[in-house]
Design a binder for this molecule. Structure first.
Ligand code: HEM
Length: 520
């Protein structure tokens, strides 16, 4: 009996211990990641930083001693990863679970025609098939895109000479021209190009739908159920905006590709991503996969412009900004180019790419110091997970704080708050391989920017060509005084560009002008 009691007690003890441990574990994983206090219903809506949220996110990360912090905004859980270790762990090592995109209810109203823009990361083949096409065309074959980038850059230099005040418009036209060239082989007409009009219509419709005002105006993102109400009810003004976006998101993938097909039949289609892919698809015309592959191709082609045009333009806007703010960097960069070209020609891919480490360092420093997407693009969690002993629930939105990581002195060396291209170089001016390229500028893990390599090359060419031809300095404002560009004046969306500032852009010499106008 006594023995029985001891056994019973031992068993009960074991069960209690196991249950306590289990409860502890469950309790542990019930914990959420630290973050600023929330209030019922609104969560962090009231203490969510209104401007430069990336700075506050880093401060919270320090205050709560956690590389990942959690916020809640109107029922959405949002996690911000503030260190490279956290992004490596979640976006890379656990990439299968952290590579989807959040559901944006507002886009449900637009319908499936917009699916190609925010592809979900799913175990099935759809997303992977898209990435395969991007990989084939953009990771290794960057050289195929150089002719379009080169000719668009030459046109840019002439425009900057003729009408320097409109430099942002010229940069916008140039990035659009190079991307449409490389994607569809389209040579954009100087005025009223019909295909460019289709693309611009889509971009405007998307801006309209995704812009802060539209989202604020529309209540669908907060209460998705409302989309089942009749469209004519007052307050549902989003419908016309959605209709416009639906129409242009059908035209954007279809019409330019139709144009290439027509030229292909006539045998006059210039080289392009579209032409190469259509030729390859011709051989699989009878395969049951053909319709799927054709749809993937259409989506990829449309995605190149949607993802590449504004981002590349923004990188160039920050370049102009930096050259005005840091004239010593501008002068040094120009001296390196003159030394390489002996002042006898414009820089080009064939002779100079890879031979101008200072220009690559300037490019890196612009991307690091003024990130185009300071908190990247949102990823979304597929299944519940545990990180730092805290529960990360399915459907949580996760951002990488690229701004914070690119200011981490453990990675980028001392004084990361100073604009200093030299950090990427050795004493002798060669590339210091101990300091990595600021890859966080292009995002994370499986969703990393599909056009990273081609974007870097195009930015390099535009930067080197502009520096070799022009001097850039502060422009004059409406009051007749010189204007110092202000880094605090920038757009507030995910893509962060400086607000308009005037610039004085002057050709360096008669010789520079000759080089520019004689360039074929
Ligand atoms: C300065 C120029 C650019 C910057 C800073 C940039 C940055 C980014 C970032 C931060 C992302 C999100 C990555 C993530 O979710 O973690 C992204 C995605 C993407 N980028 Fe870029 N990008 C640039 C240019 C381009 C260009 C020229 C192309 C086209 C060839 C392109 C194609 C894409 C595509 C297709 C995606 C979506 C990838 C996916 O969802 O799987 N980007 N980019």
């Amino acid at each position: 009996m006594a023995q029985f009691s001891v056994q019973l007690l031992a068993s009960i003890g074991a069960v209690v211990l196991a249950s306590t441990l289990f409860q502890k574990l469950v309790k542990k994983t019930d914990r959420r990641l630290p973050g600023p206090p929330t209030i019922p219903l609104l969560g962090n809506a009231l203490n969510f930083p209104r401007s430069k949220p990336w700075i506050q996110f880093l401060e919270w990360s320090r205050e709560y001693k956690s590389d990942a912090i959690q916020l809640e905004v109107l029922g959405n859980r949002i996690i911000i990863l503030n260190t490279i270790e956290a992004t490596q762990e979640l976006f890379v090592r656990r990439g299968l679970n952290y590579s989807s995109r959040p559901h944006i209810p507002i886009l449900d109203i637009v319908g499936r025609s917009i699916d190609w823009l925010f592809l979900n990361y799913t175990a099935d083949r759809v997303w992977r098939d898209h990435r395969k096409v991007y990989h084939r065309e953009f990771d290794t074959q960057t050289v195929l895109h150089r002719p379009y980038e080169t000719s668009a850059t030459k046109v840019l230099l002439k425009k900057l000479y003729d009408n320097p005040n409109d430099f942002v418009d010229h940069l916008r036209a140039t990035t659009g021209e190079a991307i449409l060239g490389t994607t569809y082989g389209i040579a954009v007409q100087p005025k009223d190009d019909p295909l460019l009009a289709i693309v611009n219509k889509f971009v405007a419709a998307l801006d309209n739908a995704m812009g802060a005002k539209a989202i604020g105006k529309s209540i669908f993102n907060v209460f998705p159920v409302l989309r089942h109400l009749p469209r004519w009810l007052p307050g549902l003004q989003f419908y016309p905006i959605a209709d416009e976006l639906r129409k242009s998101s059908i035209d954007m993938p279809e019409i330019p590709l139709g144009h290439v097909r027509k030229l292909m039949k006539e045998g006059t289609a210039p080289p392009s991503v579209a032409l190469r892919a259509l030729e390859a698809l011709e051989e699989t015309k009878d395969s049951p996969d053909y319709p799927h592959d054709m749809r993937v191709l259409q989506n990829v082609l449309a995605g190149i412009y949607a993802a590449g045009a504004d981002t590349t333009l923004t990188g160039m806007r920050w370049f102009f900004f930096s050259m005005i703010k840091f004239p010593h960097v501008q002068a040094k960069a120009r001296a390196h180019i003159d030394h390489q070209t002996e002042g006898k020609r414009l820089p080009d891919f064939g002779s100079d790419f890879g031979s101008l480490p200072y220009i690559e360092a300037v490019l890196n420093e612009v991307l690091r110091f003024f990130p185009v997407l300071p908190i990247g693009m949102p990823h979304c969690v597929v299944e519940d997970d545990v990180y730092n002993d805290c529960l990360i629930k399915k459907d949580t939105i996760v951002f990488g704080n690229s701004w914070a990581i690119m200011r981490d002195e453990k990675i980028y060396g001392p004084d990361t708050h100073v604009f200093k291209p030299e950090r990427f170089l050795n004493e002798d001016g060669s590339r210091n391989l101990a300091i990595p390229d600021p890859d966080q500028a292009f995002g994370y893990g499986r969703r990393v920017c599909a056009g990273k390599n081609v974007a870097r090359e195009f930015l390099w060419l535009m930067m080197a060509s502009i520096l070799s031809s022009f001097e850039i300095s502060q422009g004059v404002g409406e009051n007749g005084k010189l204007v110092e560009p202000d880094a605090d004046h920038h757009s507030s969306g995910l893509v962060c560009h400086p607000l308009a500032f005037p610039a004085k852009i002057v050709i360096r010499s008669e010789h520079a002008k000759e080089l520019l106008f004689n360039a074929d």
